[in-house]
Design a protein around this ligand. Structure first.
Ligand code: SAH
Ligand code: SF4
Ligand code: F3S
Length: 487
């Protein structure tokens, strides 16, 4: 039976007058059933559907959490809408850089004006920003119209928190400092029918000195391999052909399990799942990328020829201050081993410019790494000071104008290097997963190459979700124009 139909039946059978169960996920099913009674009455009262909108800020981990929130809201009886003019709006926030926070604050005020027009509107704030005390304080003080505030460790509790806010009629705040709990089997709604993200671990133990993630996402916890494989088998049975394994540092997967399993072994297990055609993963920390993993990647035919390997800086001195635990030489040697095993691999990276103490010489080392590795693309960030991290109190913070000037220079190098890389593949015929209709040019569809680049080509929308062969006719910097090939 379809999972959603199965859960619907289960919720219908729950006695909502009984005591709430203590174990999970049963407790959440109980609250979903209770909230569903409320939405039913509310819909009858208003004579219309109730709508919701989940806005995701931040990384793929947050996007995945938003799918879980969506799954719960749909179970409760809301229908999704693209607009924030909805009956239930959730902001799933990010705090990795200061501008991520500012974007959120700028928009909560707007939600307040919407709520004035629709007083029955519910507003929830969750995600990484909410793990910071000063943020919650600010919301309590300045945005009193918010109904629910929760963090990264209790997103599975949305139904329970919602029920509580209905009962209490005032702001409900629940932010946990950490958890060792992983709740399985909750509903989750996928954005695409043919590809899906799969959490393999939560949290991070690395404490890179600039990074807030370990503070807001807690300690590293891995899901059991059998739970992961079971989920992927179910996805495959429902038409998913590509999975993206998600974790802040997938290379240290499995170390904390009662029976440790390496990420390389997990990859081989996923490779065996029938129906899955492509496997991707994010993110890899260079210090934990083993030769065992390189070999597994090379041998597993479903693993895409793309590796995101954040370098952050090319200067060994800065890398040490960043607590990255590798040197420039270690990184370049690792890249050599990867390229030797997989000559066609596409490498992408993250780089921070303007870390405290960065000199012109340090910066030139970064430029050197970009040129030596020849990245297919690189995400470049201006260093952003995060309160509570060791780097925030370091001396020699780099003046903004200096950092900005370096940033612009780096961007230019990155653009040149990646355009050159893309040019090399022009004329080839490659397999692509067709993902969507091209918004700009009707008649075109967009496919993703194994190396993660996009190609636009004439095709019908019924190709969406299929893997087809496409000739890369023309390179336009970061993407190609192509034609479907029957060969
Ligand atoms: N876990 C991943 C990255 C998560 S954050 C990893 O270790 O690779 C995504 C990227 O944001 C990081 O790779 C880093 O380049 C950038 N970043 C993190 N903290 C930052 C900060 N304080 N200022 C600027 N960029 C930052
Ligand atoms: Fe942040 Fe480093 Fe963990 Fe990545 S590995 S999430 S950069 S602390
Ligand atoms: Fe942002 Fe949280 Fe991801 S801080 S980058 S959404 S883990």
């Amino acid at each position: 039976m379809d999972k959603k139909v199965e859960l619907d039946k289960l919720l219908d059978s729950i006695d909502t007058g009984a005591e709430a169960p203590v174990s999970e996920p049963e407790r959440q099913f109980f609250y979903m059933a209770k909230c569903r009674e409320w939405t039913k009455a509310e819909k009858a009262r208003l004579g219309r559907e109730l709508t919701f909108h989940v806005q995701t800020f931040g990384c793929q981990m947050n996007a995945k959490d938003s799918e879980k929130l969506t799954g719960i809201l749909e179970e409760i009886g809301y229908v999704e809408t693209d607009s924030e003019n909805a009956d239930f709006v959730i902001y799933n926030t990010c705090t990795v850089r200061e501008n991520a926070n500012n974007r959120v604050y700028g928009r909560i005020g707007y939600l307040g004006t919407l709520k004035k027009k629709n007083p029955g509107m519910k507003i929830a704030m969750c995600g990484c920003m909410m793990q910071e005390e000063h943020v919650v304080e600010k919301i309590r003080r300045s945005y009193r119209f918010v109904d629910i505030v929760f963090g990264t460790h209790n997103i599975f509790k949305l139904a329970e928190l919602f029920y509580e806010s209905l009962k209490r009629g005032k702001m409900v705040v629940e932010v946990l400092q950490g958890t060792d709990m992983i709740v399985e089997d909750l509903p989750s709604e996928r954005k695409y029918p043919f590809k899906a993200g799969v959490n393999i671990m939560y949290g991070c133990n690395n404490f890179c000195s600039y990074c807030i993630v370990p503070y807001v996402r807690g300690r590293e916890r891995s899901r059991k391999p059998e739970d992961i494989i079971h989920e992927i088998e179910e996805l495959a049975a429902n038409g998913v052909v590509e999975v993206m394994l998600l974790g802040q540092n997938v290379n240290s997967y499995g170390k904390t399990l009662a029976e440790p399993v390496s990420f390389a072994k997990l990859l081989r297990m996923v490779n065996e799942v029938e129906g899955i055609r492509r496997i991707r993963f994010m993110t890899s920390h260079p210090k934990d990328l083993s030769d065992e993993l390189i070999q597994a990647m090379a041998e597993c035919e479903k693993v895409c020829m793309h590796l995101h390997l954040p370098v952050q800086s090319g200067s060994s001195r800065i890398l040490k201050a960043m607590n990255r635990r590798y040197t420039k030489e270690d990184y370049l040697a690792l890249v050599d081993r990867i390229k030797a095993a997989m000559p066609s691999i596409s490498l992408t990276t993250d780089i921070i410019v303007g870390f405290p103490g960065e000199t012109e010489e340090d910066f030139l080392e970064t430029v050197d790494v970009v040129k030596k590795v020849g990245y297919d693309s690189a995400y470049t960030f201006l260093y952003s000071k995060r309160t509570g991290t060791p780097a925030a109190t370091m001396e020699n913070q780099v003046p903004e104008d200096v950092a900005k000037e370096r940033f612009d220079r780096l961007l230019q190098v990155v653009t040149e290097v990646s355009a050159q890389r893309a040019q090399e593949d022009t004329g080839r015929i490659e397999e692509v997963l067709v993902e969507e209709r091209n918004e700009q040019e009707p008649g075109l569809v967009t496919g993703r190459l194994s190396n993660n680049l996009l190609v636009h080509f004439p095709g019908d929308t019924d190709l969406i979700g299929q893997i087809v062969r496409v000739r890369l006719d023309e390179c336009r910097g970061f993407y190609y124009m192509g034609t479907q090939s029957i060969r």
